[in-house]
Design a protein around this ligand. Sequence first.
Ligand SMILES: *Cc1c(COP(=O)(O)O)cnc(C)c1O
Length: 429
Amino acid sequence: MMQYQRSSALFNEAKKVIPGGVNSPVRAFNAVGGTPIFLTHAKGAYLYDEDHNRYVDFIASWGPMILGHAHPKVVAAIQARAEKGTSYGIPTALETEIAKRALSMVPHMDQIRFVNSGTEACMSAVRLARGFTGRNKIIKFAGCYHGHADAFLIQAGSGAVTFGSPNSPGVTTGTAKDTLLAAYNNLEQVAEIFRANPEQIAAIIVEPVAGNMGCILPQAGFLEGLRSLCDAHGAVLIFDEVMTGFRLALGGAQECLGVRADLVTYGKVIGGGLPVGAFAARKEIMDFLAPLGPVYQAGTLSGNPLAMTAGLTMLDLLHEHPETYTSLADKTAFLHQEMIPLLEQKGLPYQINRLGSMMSLHFTDKPVVDFETAAKGNNEYFKRYFHGMLLRGVYLPPSAFESYFLNDAITQKDLEHTLEAFSETLKKL
Ligand SMILES: *Cc1c(COP(=O)(O)O)cnc(C)c1O
């Protein structure tokens, strides 16, 4: 049996000086109970904790470590770059190089600007869309996560087509008024919002494949429908590809699903494990951005040379090895297919959603297509499932509302170990 004494002690120590002991809430295990593990290091497919336990990692730092941890080429590039100074606040050729590399991989985008997180990318993209259209309101979908900027921390209000209300203290009702909520995969609601707010909608922001309420796929016609509604009403379609970008395909969800967005946000994989976000659009939109245009956006550490080096090395590796995506999808499909008979045998209600290397298991018998159906999952089963897997050396997302992200360092042997752990865990569920 695994021991967690040191992690527990470190968590108690952390709680004295860091709120909740963590720097990002989901790490605290609130959704699954118990104490989080504290890591010493990670290599390839594995995480190593303070109590000398090893885990197969199914979150990949929530996406970025798509090739596994401490990839030798990424590490070497960061080390070499660090010798040359780690921040200047003055341009480098490196920024143009990663911009060109990223734009060559993603469809329909002329220019890109780098920031420091996915949150910053989404916040800036919305400001740019508002500046470009001269309109104030945005449409977002319940359960989609676009970072923690005020405009996104909004939940559905009482009426179906009324404006949202803050879902965090500190977000003003004034801000909430400009974020209109619809259910994921519900095109009719979006059409209704457009009808009720003529010439007021600046943008729709959407995760083209949702990954923050488990993994939820867009139904046939949903993204295409958003595209036509934006075209019909002069609104900007923002794809939040912070998760899906450089993960579902080289060109992200736009390529994978064949729908064009006007403005796209990136994060996670694009930083190769360092803090990077970015947003891209066609030139006509990007021209609105300072210093060319009136929409202000800036960052002391934006385009940071260490971060750009990690990101560029990661993108180069993916560009040189596009077979990574087939390999990842095959591994995830294998896991998915082998889990089914075990779940059937146990007779538990379940749904598995998957696309490429994103996947989630929901303990419910109804298809999971939006936040409401995702919330019907049995969380008691999920908690026991999570801890059963953890005890057997498999690290899953510590919340039923998160997607698994496979990394390509995971081997067939790791998958077999994972399935054994799954089988054992199900027996005791
Ligand atoms: C992670 C995530 C963000 C926020 O990115 P951070 O780097 O955590 O600020 C935004 N959108 C989506 C879809 C994400 O998954």
